[in-house]
Design a protein around this ligand. Structure first.
Ligand code: SF4
Length: 365
């Protein structure tokens, strides 16, 4: 089954670390965008026969788009595609939510939110340009649950300015208190074109070793709280893995809508340019490449704790992995970076930290 991704490129302000395609919003622009999205969703459905089982609103900040507009997008999806027990996720910024908003989402069929917390330490959040304080994050979670949305993911960031293992423990305590279903924890990357990038040496960050320690500490603590570390940057309570994002990691197909959104459909990867005006007027897609080859599949499968399942690989590509591949795996296994049995091979949390190097080595067999 397919996933559908809807990009909502609007934010109240620009966070200093962010290089995503987003812009300030106003009602007139958001209404024009809604109309373009609805047309695109309807037109694209011609010729799509597969059912859809996940819908994900990402951004930007989908919560500033408003519950009513999100509901109208979902109506268009329901009219045009066959939805089967869908997981429907909306990314939210806790400074832009309230009970009425969540109630509107719930009535529209939304059953999961991903809340941009980044840190439960107010000073750290402030440095990231985040307006809501810890109490507002807690209030937002409570309001979502009260409205009936009981699958909540919190976004965390590691390696942010002034963060230490001790301050990370404050965030971990908050996660424990809130007992949310899912956590995404990404390491801060300084991207060109962001305010953090322009700050150069004036930006005080934990060093590489400290960030590695934080990652392993966070993984251990999450596992001790009953979360499964099921993907390099993702942790879930039992049966609460993110179904939509898991499609990306399993190299499955999805349709993306909106400027800068990517699709993978019928074996081809394509995208819309990051250009709102172009999307509103032309909506032309740009073909990137053929997707789903062996390298891509290996690279994505090894992001997951389930790892590479030999039977699935052989079914998909019609051949087994080579002796050279297993020789390398054995070396990584001896270093505690991989686990291998007769059915699958996977990275350990220590291996996740070196995933780029290990995967590159395995792919170049
Ligand atoms: S709210 Fe999210 S998308 Fe918007 S600027 Fe901040 S990090 Fe980027």
């Amino acid at each position: 089954m397919l996933g559908i991704y809807i990009h909502i490129p609007f934010c109240k302000s620009k966070c200093p670390y962010c290089d995503f395609y987003s812009m300030r919003c106003n009602d007139e622009l958001m209404d024009r965008y809604l109309s373009a999205l609805v047309d695109d969703i309807r037109e694209t459905s011609a010729g799509v026969t597969e059912a859809v089982d996940t819908v994900y609103f990402g951004g930007g900040t989908p919560s500033v788009f408003g519950g009513d507009r999100i509901g109208k997008v979902l109506d268009a999806i329901r009219e045009s595609y066959k939805l089967v027990s869908p997981e429907i996720t909306v990314e939210c910024n806790p400074s832009t939510t309230n009970y009425v908003f969540y109630e509107t989402l719930f009535k529209a069929g939304v059953n999961r939110i991903s809340l941009g917390m980044q840190s439960a330490v107010d000073k750290e959040r402030k440095n990231l340009g985040r307006a809501a304080d810890k109490n507002q994050v807690a209030k937002s979670i409570a309001e979502a649950r009260q409205a009936g949305i009981n699958n909540i993911s919190l976004d965390m960031m590691l390696g942010i300015p002034y963060q230490t293992i001790e301050s990370l423990d404050e965030s971990i305590d908050f996660i424990k208190e809130q007992n949310v279903e899912h956590i995404s924890a990404y390491m801060l990357k300084i991207e060109k074109g962001t305010r953090f990038y322009d700050m150069g040496d004036k930006l005080v960050l934990p060093d590489e070793n400290e960030v590695c320690d934080m990652y392993l500490h966070f993984s251990r603590q999450m596992r001790s709280l009953g979360y499964e570390h099921y993907e390099i940057s993702n942790f879930a309570k039992p049966s609460q893995r993110a179904r939509h994002n898991t499609k990306y990691w399993r190299d499955e197909e999805y349709l993306g809508f909106g400027p800068s959104a990517y699709s993978f459909y019928k074996g081809v990867r394509y995208h819309y340019d990051a250009d709102m005006e172009k999307y509103l007027t032309e909506r032309k897609t740009v073909i990137d490449e053929t997707g789903g080859d062996r390298e891509e599949y290996l690279m994505l499968a090894l992001r997951l704790s389930d790892g590479l399942v030999f039977e699935q690989y052989e079914k998909r590509y019609g051949h087994s992995l080579t002796a050279d591949f297993f020789n390398k795996v054995r070396l990584f296994e001896k270093q505690g970076l991989m686990l291998c049995d007769e059915k699958h091979v996977a990275l350990t949390p220590e291996g996740f930290l070196l995933s780029n190097t290990i995967i590159a080595e395995l792919i170049n067999e």
